[in-house]
Design a protein around this ligand. Structure first.
Ligand SMILES: NC(=O)c1ccc[n+]([C@@H]2O[C@H](COP(=O)([O-])OP(=O)(O)OC[C@H]3O[C@@H](n4cnc5c(N)ncnc54)[C@H](O)[C@@H]3O)[C@@H](O)[C@H]2O)c1
Length: 311
């Protein structure tokens, strides 16, 4: 089997690439990234198998995939992903992310290639005890980033008769990879705690539940789809658990006892709390329950030999 991984040098893509040898069906992997983030380190010391090829390409350019032949599956991770900063770069983000999506979608339709699309649980945004995939009335994206994800999902549902796909609404990622970033909640908290800086917390968010996904569970999602030819033309929530910021910080404090907190105002106006339901994926045969404690510990450990940090 030959696959393409877009955004292969990013946080999720690089973890998938490093672990790809665990999916025996995959013999060849084409890795694509525009390298705007310069994360060439994600390509260091890859295993010999599967066979990897790397292409530096901007996927927002129409037909930028047209030279690739006989691709069975595309795992589409290429996006600009900083939700909190997406207000300032809205126009560019629309052009880039929707451009990438259209290139990938057109390719998949034309070549009968299956698609694993990654959306986000940030498409939800209304007060609710628990939200599931069919609660369309609870969709309420709170940032341009999440708006775009919903548009991508709608593009897919308009084309259900033309391709095979799944769209996974991933919770916020936790865990260590070569291409990891530190602008999402858990990683940013760990970075600040590790460097003895205050953990900045949105005042309104301290006791709000949000869904998180361990990188190791994200890999299980990809493995499950590939090994079981699981392509249902549907949307699935994917999360390891729902936690409050307080619960995350309490976990950080078990490893970093003197972690400090500073409260701030949120640019994202979501004052609401909700649990995201993992049941649909569970009923389809994939149970995600990796403990994010290890991801927190591993992230803090990256910095363990730095005794003092001064700006
Ligand atoms: N990390 C999370 O918490 C999280 C949560 C939910 C969903 N997601 C989604 O998962 C996917 C992967 O996320 P990530 O955390 O690995 O993001 P990331 O920002 O770490 O990686 C994205 C990669 O895409 C590449 N890219 C961006 N625009 C491109 C273009 N025009 N052409 C080619 N490459 C391009 C970037 O260079 C980067 O390496 C994204 O769609 C993201 O929205 C991430």
């Amino acid at each position: 089997m030959k696959i393409i991984i877009t955004g292969a040098c990013g946080h999720i893509g690089s973890f998938l690439v490093e672990n790809l040898y665990k999916i025996k069906k995959v013999k060849k992997a084409i890795l694509i990234d525009n390298m705007k983030t310069n994360k060439f380190n994600s390509l260091f010391k890859l295993k010999k198998k599967p066979t990897f090829s790397f292409y530096q390409k901007d996927l927002s350019i129409k037909n930028s995939l047209s030279n690739f032949k006989n691709i069975d599956i595309i795992i589409h991770c290429a996006s600009i992903t900083d939700a909190a900063n997406s207000f300032g770069i809205k126009k560019f983000m629309y052009k880039n992310n929707l451009g990438c999506m259209k290139t990938v979608l057109d390719y998949c339709i034309k070549n009968k290639t299956k698609l694993i699309h990654i959306s986000t649980t940030s498409v939800y945004g209304k007060q609710a005890n628990i939200v599931s995939e069919n609660d369309h009335h609870l969709l309420n994206p709170q940032s341009p980033y999440a708006d775009i994800k919903l548009i991508e999902e709608k593009l897919l549902s308009k084309n259900t008769n033309k391709i095979k796909f799944n769209s996974f609404r991933f919770g916020t990622i936790a865990g260590v990879s070569k291409g990891m970033r530190f602008h999402t909640a858990i990683n940013k908290f760990c970075l600040n705690a590790a460097l003895n800086k205050s953990i900045t917390v949105y005042q309104t968010a301290y006791n709000q539940y949000r869904p998180y996904l361990s990188l190791r569970d994200s890999f299980k999602v990809f493995k499950f789809c590939i090994e079981n030819s699981f392509f249902k033309n549907e949307t699935f929530n994917a999360l390891s658990g729902n936690f409050t910021v307080k619960q995350i910080i309490d976990r950080i404090k078990t490893y970093k006892k003197n972690a400090k907190i500073q409260y701030t105002k949120s640019p994202i106006m979501n004052q609401l709390t909700y649990h995201v339901s993992p049941l649909k994926l569970k009923k389809s045969g994939l149970v995600l329950k990796t403990d994010i404690n290890k991801d927190i510990k591993d992230t803090l450990n990256l910095f363990k030999n730095i005794k003092n940090y001064e700006m």
